[in-house]
Design a protein around this ligand. Structure first.
Ligand code: PMP
Length: 411
């Protein structure tokens, strides 16, 4: 099995070598919220602005050509990452949220009507729920929920009850941002297609941690965010099958997305410009390409092995802590996310006390309120690991939780 030289990899991330104020070490365990950036990504952003800053696809000048080539190279890098059939199936968006909303407007509002159903489930991020609630309200379609198993996986034994001829869309996350659950996308795609539905995968948490092949998995739409895959903020991707994208309405109107504009109407441009109105986050898109090159050079197998090791250790260490409940399935069914609650300790206190030890985690509902209602807790604490985290950092997390318990005088 390929392994990572973690200390060498850590040197690629300048922030990891910088202690927090008062000399506390930085133990960054909030990678589900956003990941740190390697030097090569930071340098690429600077390179864009220093060397070939211009608008893309507009100029007949040298800089414009240069920046356009860089941007289109980044699009090809995304194509290779996802194995899309065509490069124009890669649409640059502002992030996962923007990508999902694009489909909710351009596809759902055009093709859904009363009586149609959208299949979701309780582990979805608000970004993969609210746009469907809005689209349902606009079209008369309804949302159905696939139940979860007690340990927080999709209950496929109930799929036949909720996935029917009425289902037009299955919207599902590749990996839960709270439970860490990795969902069986290939099977869901097969089952969705068997009833004539399309499947949209929220890849915000899954794409940075596991290989994806949209053709092999027969995924119709896939969204992910650059900032969670070691790239810049403000950039993300919507993949869609060309036939679907071509049939959809454009979401945003404006420059770049048209072929021709008359006084009273317009003809949309071809893919991908049709869905890229206005000026893109150009440097961010180009540096996203660099980030993807960086992770693919490390290799997803090596990344997954390191992250799995961290997850297993975290589950072991945290299970020893009295009054601590871990949410979500066993490590073999999940990615590198461990959410927990400690009896008698509110997650916001937990977050602050861990921060005193330099341990940065996320606390709250993590944009999954229906999931937290189902778990019957108002908030949770979440540690989320990246390949640059170490077993020592996981131990520091456990020690910091014990410290927090002591501060609260929990027996
Ligand atoms: N889906 C999931 C599963 C996520 O974890 C997140 C980010 N927290 C999003 C969607 C939204 O991503 P973004 O804020 O980058 O649009």
């Amino acid at each position: 099995q390929p392994t990572l030289d973690v200390s060498a990899v850590r040197n690629d991330f300048p922030i990891l070598g910088k202690p927090l104020a008062e000399g506390r070490p930085l133990i960054y365990l909030d990678n589900g919220a956003t990941t740190q950036k390697p030097q090569c990504v930071i340098d690429k952003v600077t390179e864009c602005y220093e060397n070939y800053n211009a608008n893309v696809h507009r100029g007949v000048h040298t800089l414009g050509d240069q920046v356009t080539t860089e941007l289109e190279n980044a699009r090809e890098t995304v194509q290779n990452l996802l194995n899309t059939a065509a490069v124009e199936e890669v649409i640059f968006t502002a992030g996962t949220t923007a990508a999902i909303n694009l489909v909710a407007h351009g596809w759902a509002r055009k093709f859904l009507s009363a009586g149609d159903e959208i299949l979701v489930n309780l582990m979805e991020h608000h970004a993969n729920l609210v746009p469907w609630q809005q689209a349902a309200a606009a079209t008369g379609a309804t949302l159905r929920y696939l139940p979860l198993t007690p340990d927080g996986r999709l209950d496929l034994t109930r799929l036949d009850e909720v996935l029917t001829e009425k289902t037009k869309l299955v919207a599902v996350t590749g990996m839960s941002n709270v439970l860490g659950t990795i969902n069986p996308i290939d099977e869901l795609a097969r089952r969705a297609h068997a009833v004539g539905a399309v499947i949209l995968v929220d890849g915000a948490q899954s794409v940075p941690h596991q290989p994806v092949d949209v053709q092999a998995s027969d995924i119709d739409f896939l969204a992910f965010s650059g900032h969670k895959i070691y790239g810049p903020t403000g950039i993300g991707v919507l993949y869609g099958k060309a036939a679907l994208l071509n049939a959809m309405d454009p979401f945003l109107g404006g420059g770049n997305m048209i072929r021709y504009v008359y006084e009273d109407r317009f003809e949309p441009a071809d893919l991908p410009a049709k869905f890229e109105a206005g000026t893109l986050p150009i440097a961010q898109a180009i540096a996203l390409g660099t980030a993807i090159d960086y992770v693919t050079d490390l290799g997803f197998e090596a990344i997954a092995a390191q992250e799995h090791q961290l997850t297993v250790r975290a589950q072991e260490r945290l299970a020893e802590i009295p009054g601590l409940r871990i949410f979500g399935p066993a490590p073999e069914h999940k990615g590198s996310i461990v959410s927990f609650a400690v009896e008698g300790l509110h997650s916001h206190d937990m977050g602050e006390l861990l921060d005193r030890k330099g341990v940065e985690i996320r606390v709250g509902h993590h944009c999954t309120m229906p999931l937290h209602d189902w778990l019957q807790v108002s908030s949770t604490s979440r540690a989320s690991f990246a390949f640059y985290n170490t077993l020592e950092e996981v131990d520091a997390l456990a020690e910091a939780i014990l410290y927090a318990r002591k501060v609260f005088r929990l027996a």
